[in-house]
Ligand binder design. Structure first.
Ligand SMILES: [Zn+2]
Length: 447
């Protein structure tokens, strides 16, 4: 095949970004090992155009690896035959971890702490605010749902020393943050002052909750050198609530248990790919459905001898930085202008166009007087918006919220608005801000 023909077959997005020869070597090694040695990929072999083709073309010809594939083949069908899971477990090199969530989300993975730490360390270099303070032993406070990390104790409050682990302090042991008492939140504020973490890592919904308490009570709080958001999408409303309390640099980090650290937000607010630790393939939405800059990302982790995920679909959507460049000057790998939430957060306009959480959140951020929101789409034209608001004249919010959502979903949208006192998290421990209560077939909207 002549060069020009091959270029035509390359996915358009891949031409914009720069990758090192190492990156292509890792990509090639991963795909060859997967196709030749690992059972879950048996049916993929027939789709491979072969080693004469550029690796990006070969990857683009492959399907995606789903959580269901992993569940169906775990453990031996996910590993080369010579790998002995029991030996790895007995030697302490790896552990098994189950992620929380609904049956569809739940999955057992091999956890390789050394690889995870290395992936994390590699991600720091994309943000100088973080890079200059992070070292292997930096003190880190974590405000997360203990279903995701930490120690669960819903009945008894645990003393500080029972929530320490190595260089970490877990500030929260309750699975339902709506049960946080004033005493518990005062304790969190006090412990930040005592522990003086260099980094505060947080679920944005939990940190926003603590910040509302701090603001309402005019408390002063210790300022860490950096705040890192993980686990959840951060809404603009939450960002403002946190910014009211903290002047620390704030960094969003995107990754999953399965993929390690994939994208890190730089000082210029773009997201840079952790190219030493993963390959990312991007599948754009069709133009009429919001593409081609917005699409789904598929991740192939590198360097983990216990993980051979090819084009793993964690269900995340993102928008490429259209210029292909970032003001920060870092120019290796894919650059995103935004992470747009997950497939599970998608809703549809009355005309059937998919709306990402990012787009919904932009509209919702224009409404004043809202503390939290949640949107469920019940049917193709019916939407239910739940609001938490502390303002006296809540009724005033109804026409404004309806106007905002009709602007986004269409004038034919039927929008029911309810006021709630608070929102508990999902069974996964994370907050779920938007969703459709009917299945959305994402593939239908992708190129
Ligand atoms: Zn940048």
């Amino acid at each position: 095949m002549r060069g020009a023909d091959i270029t035509k077959k390359l996915p358009a997005f891949s031409l914009k970004w720069r990758f090192s020869p190492e990156y292509y070597r890792h990509s090639t090694d991963m795909l060859n090992t997967a196709l030749n040695k690992i059972a879950v990929y048996d049916s993929w072999k027939a789709l491979d155009p072969g080693p004469d083709y550029p690796i990006d073309v070969r990857f683009a010809a492959m399907p995606s690896l789903t959580k269901k594939d992993i569940r169906d083949h775990f453990p031996q069908g996910m590993l080369p035959p010579e790998f002995d899971l029991n030996r790895g477990l007995a030697g302490g090199e790896i552990e098994l971890v189950s992620t929380s969530g609904t049956t569809d989300e739940k999955i057992t993975n091999i956890w390789n702490q050394r690889w995870w730490d290395a992936s994390e360390r590699s991600s720091w270099r994309f943000n100088s605010n973080f890079d200059k303070i992070a070292y292997d032993e930096h003190r880190e406070a974590i405000l997360a749902n203990p279903r995701n990390t930490g120690f669960i104790s819903d009945d008894l409050d645990l003393p500080m020393d029972k929530r320490r682990l190595a260089r970490f302090l877990y500030l929260n042991e309750k699975t339902d943050p709506t049960t946080w008492s004033k005493a518990l939140m005062n304790r969190m504020v006090k412990e930040l002052g005592v522990f003086q973490p260099e980094v505060l890592e947080a679920n944005p919904s939990l940190l926003a909750r603590l910040c509302r308490f701090v603001s309402n009570n005019n408390l002063s709080v210790f300022q860490p050198a950096a705040i890192v958001f993980t686990y959840e999408y951060i809404t603009r409303i939450e960002y403002r609530q946190i910014r009211d309390v903290f002047n620390s640099p704030m960094i969003s980090s995107y990754g999953t248990t399965e993929t390690g650290y994939v994208f890190t937000e730089c000082e210029a607010g773009r997201f840079h790919q952790n190219t030493d630790f993963c390959r990312v393939d991007f599948e754009p939405f069709k133009k009429e459905w919001g593409g081609p800059q917005t699409g789904r990302i598929l991740v192939t982790p590198f360097n983990n001898p216990w993980c051979y995920f090819i084009r793993f679909d964690a269900g995340d959507l993102a928008t490429l930085e259209e210029s292909g460049q970032c003001p920060c000057g870092r120019n290796s790998g894919i650059i995103l202008s935004s992470i747009n939430g997950r497939k599970a957060n998608l809703t549809l306009t009355v005309e059937g166009r998919p709306v990402t959480l990012y787009e919904l959140d932009e509209a919702m951020s224009r409404l004043e007087g809202i503390e939290q929101y949640k949107l469920a789409q019940n049917g193709h034209r019916t939407y239910e918006l739940h609001l938490v608001s502390r303002i006296h004249e809540k009724k005033q919010l109804v026409p404004e919220a309806q106007k905002t959502l009709k602007g986004l979903y269409g004038t034919g949208a039927m929008i029911n608005i309810c006021f709630d006192d608070d929102f508990p998290p999902e069974i996964s421990g994370k907050s779920l801000i938007s969703r459709a209560l009917f299945p959305i077939d994402l593939d239908k909207y992708l190129e």
